[in-house]
Design a protein around this ligand. Structure first.
Ligand code: CUA
Length: 307
């Protein structure tokens, strides 16, 4: 595990090492005695103890009471850490997390959507998580937090980063071909840096020319996970040379890939399926603004095949 980067992660580690230490001590004690007895009292050895007729009350009380105290301590300590991890402070900053094959999206209160989780240092952050498709699991090893992300319901997590830096996010639930690529970073900003970043990001798309904004959206909103821009077929058809070309549909007859077709395919991916591909794309209805769809179409127009 990477060094703990939240206060609760430190508590988890301390408890873990306590349990590990006790387990190791008992392992050595029990296995050590076992080996010792095997050598001392094995069959054919002269020194054999006379069978004891009565039990040893002091010994039995010792091996009952000491483990009892230990497990009660572990239970009480575990409950305390569990409650700390699961009780979200009331003033926590909220970020929405969406899992989708095979990418994470982080939505901020101002509407900005990012592919990485940016947070301020020393401030509790609450994550409200859901999935667009299958079960994923949000896992940040440095924070010692992991929770399933489910379609059709919300799960929550919280943390308070104690130092700035970048921390790896994994998906910890096997979710298909791209599971191991389902990565993101938690970027913990220095005091003041987070607000500056959010302010800047909120307007970045509006400031860019549409085709450049579209290129950014293509990468950040998960299009790149399935649609290549170099002509290779992926989970979905490539975007290279798509605009204006005839597209063969599963229901027959080609359709021209014009602006309306692309817009419809983003909002209702199953309406006009391209021949040879599975109906696996989730809808982007309500997740992309009209302006963003227009920017993506502008970007796709730039992806022409070399003649
Ligand atoms: Cu998402 Cu594994």
């Amino acid at each position: 595990m990477p060094p703990a980067a939240t206060a609760t992660a430190g508590d988890v580690d301390t408890l873990f090492h306590f349990i590990l230490g006790i387990s190791a001590a008992f392992f050595l004690l029990i296995v050590g005695l076992m080996v010792l007895f095997v050598f001392r009292y094995h069959r054919g050895r002269a020194a054999r103890p006379a069978p004891s007729s009565s039990h040893n009350t002091a010994l039995e009380l010792t091996w009952t009471i000491i483990p009892l105290i230990l497990v009660v301590v572990i239970f009480g300590w575990g409950v305390r850490v569990f409650l700390d991890i699961n009780t979200v402070p009331a003033d926590a900053y909220e970020v929405q997390v969406t899992g989708q094959k095979w990418k994470w999206f982080f939505t901020y209160p101002n509407g900005h959507v990012d592919e990485n989780l940016h947070v301020p240092v020393h401030r509790p952050v609450r994550l409200v998580m859901t999935s667009e498709d299958v079960i994923h699991s949000f896992f940040v090893p440095a924070f010692r937090i992991k929770r399933d992300v489910l379609p059709g319901r919300y799960t929550k997590l919280w943390f308070e980063a104690t130092r700035s830096g970048e921390f790896q996010v994994f998906c910890a639930e096997y979710c298909g071909a791209g599971h191991s690529d389902m990565l993101a970073q938690v970027i913990v900003h220095e005091p003041g840096g987070f607000e500056k970043w959010l302010e800047q990001e909120a307007n970045v798309l509006a400031k860019l020319p549409p085709a450049e904004a579209g290129a950014r959206l293509y990468k950040m909103r998960g299009c790149a996970q399935c649609h290549s821009v170099d002509g290779k077929a992926g989970i979905g058809p490539t975007f290279l040379g798509l605009v204006g070309e005839p597209v063969p549909l599963q229901t027959g007859g080609p359709v021209s890939a014009d602006e309306n077709y692309i817009r419809e395919s983003i909002l209702e991916p199953q309406a006009k399926l391209v021949a040879g591909f599975q109906p696996v794309m989730p809808t982007y209805k309500g997740r992309l603004k009209d302006q963003e769809i227009t920017a993506i179409i502008s970007y796709l127009k730039t992806l022409q095949k070399a003649h």
